[in-house]
Design a protein around this ligand. Structure first.
Ligand SMILES: NC(=O)c1ccc[n+]([C@@H]2O[C@H](COP(=O)([O-])OP(=O)(O)OC[C@H]3O[C@@H](n4cnc5c(N)ncnc54)[C@H](OP(=O)(O)O)[C@@H]3O)[C@@H](O)[C@H]2O)c1
Length: 370
């Protein structure tokens, strides 16, 4: 027993040290000087660390006392167990809405590469040529089906998500598909309602960084049909649907807010993740596809909203013009390693749920009108 307890104590000490140094870890990549904290902020940050301690230290102790029950997995094993969680099958695929888009098609490729069954939903159900993938993305055409689905049509959304193992929403306003109000707001609302009515285990929404920040690059982007306003309204509606519906209690969602897109290849080593809409920067569409699929597979990110950026030398800036709550927000930036690709990506830092974020008062109060 002593041999079990000693490593346990050591691991616990390491965990405590890691948690108490979360501040220095979380600001990796930024050189923004720390401003003094108000007593309220300090209290909230302490409470946050306490709850992190409870969430991290207890599993650490349990896992070191019972090493056989919780074995350390290799990346290949982790990935295999992650994909097993979804048990996708031809009758229960991962449904990708907006599959014909530039991010959507990359997401479909990644899912197929993982061996998952995919239903690729587009406005016309067209063949996207993704079933005959070669080279890096060798897959079986039987794993992929194409379906028609317009997010403006709730009945159609109920049909396309029926029996899905998970749903990814990466559609957005287009000439054929409708304006931002009908796709990015009402379309998201339809899909969230359909997922809850059909008890779909997880919905991942690709939204956008900066949606709560009218004083960032937001203004320019928002000139295109108020797209940023409608994306935020869509997010809010999704959160509301999940929080107000008792049958949604066991269902999960993740909202991903990427920085501005580039067509660079995927980052080799790490990405930056923030919460609270606190930073701005670029990210490649390939990395957005990676994070979306990882968020879908990971059990560690649930009912949460995250921003994500590439990590190529100084491309990310804090939104320092936002004076209020800035200091608390800096605590929420994490550099996340992509070691082993999908395996353990979200396991290293703490991703707070939307409810936890609201309790810590680090959520913007910006509320656009529909
Ligand atoms: N561009 C950026 O810098 C940036 C930054 C952050 C976040 N984002 C967001 O990231 C997401 C993915 O971006 P992307 O570049 O992949 O966009 P994209 O290439 O324009 O793809 C959007 C897809 O949505 C589909 N769509 C439109 N209306 C629809 C409807 N009513 N029902 C079903 N599907 C519909 C479109 O289909 P059709 O092709 O058939 O019209 C299109 O394939 C979008 O939400 C975008 O706003 C973009």
């Amino acid at each position: 027993m002593i041999f079990r307890i000693c490593p346990c104590v050591l691991v616990l000490m390491l965990a405590v040290t890691a948690i108490s140094s979360v501040e220095s870890f979380s600001s990796v990549g930024f050189t923004v000087p720390k401003a003094p904290r108000s007593p309220l902020q300090t209290k909230k940050l302490r409470a946050t660390r306490r709850s992190s301690l409870e969430r991290i230290a207890l599993p650490v102790v349990v896992s070191s006392l019972f090493p056989l029950q919780l074995p350390v997995q290799s990346n290949a094993e982790t990935l295999a167990s992650l994909t097993r969680n979804y048990r996708s099958s031809p009758s229960s695929p991962v449904v990708v809405i907006g599959a014909g888009g530039r991010v959507g098609s990359k997401i479909v490729r990644r899912l197929l590469k993982l061996g998952l069954n995919v239903k690729a939903v587009t406005l016309d159900g067209r063949d996207l040529g993704l079933g005959q993938l070669t080279g890096r993305y060798i897959t079986s055409p039987q794993k992929l089906e194409y379906a028609v689905g317009d997010t403006r049509d709730l009945a159609q959304m109920n049909d396309v998500v029926y029996n899905a193992s998970a749903v990814i929403f990466c559609a957005s306003a287009s000439k054929r598909g409708g304006d931002a109000k009908s796709v990015d707001f009402l379309g998201v609302s339809n899909v969230a309602s359909a997922c809850v009515s059909n008890t779909i285990p997880k919905l991942v929404l690709v939204s956008s960084g900066g949606v709560t920040r009218p004083d960032s690059g937001f203004r320019v982007t928002n000139m295109f049909g108020r797209i940023m306003d409608y994306k935020l309204l869509g997010e809010n509606e999704l959160r509301q649907i999940y929080s107000s519906n008792p049958s949604a209690k066991v269902l999960n969602y993740v909202i991903i807010r990427p920085g501005s897109y580039s067509e660079e290849p995927a980052s080799a080593k790490s990405l930056l993740i923030s919460q609270g809409d606190i930073a701005t920067g670029e990210i490649s569409r390939e990395d957005v596809a990676f994070v979306t699929v990882t968020a879908l597979l990971s059990q560690k990110v649930n009912r949460a909203t995250i921003e994500v950026f590439g990590n190529r030398g100084g491309g990310v800036k804090m939104l320092t013009s936002l004076k209020s709550r800035d200091d608390a927000r800096k605590e929420f930036v994490q550099e996340v390693k992509k070691e082993g690709d999908y395996g353990n990506f979200f396991d290293k830092g703490v991703i707070y749920t939307d409810v936890e974020m609201a309790k810590m008062d680090v959520v913007s109060s910006y509320e656009p009108k529909p």
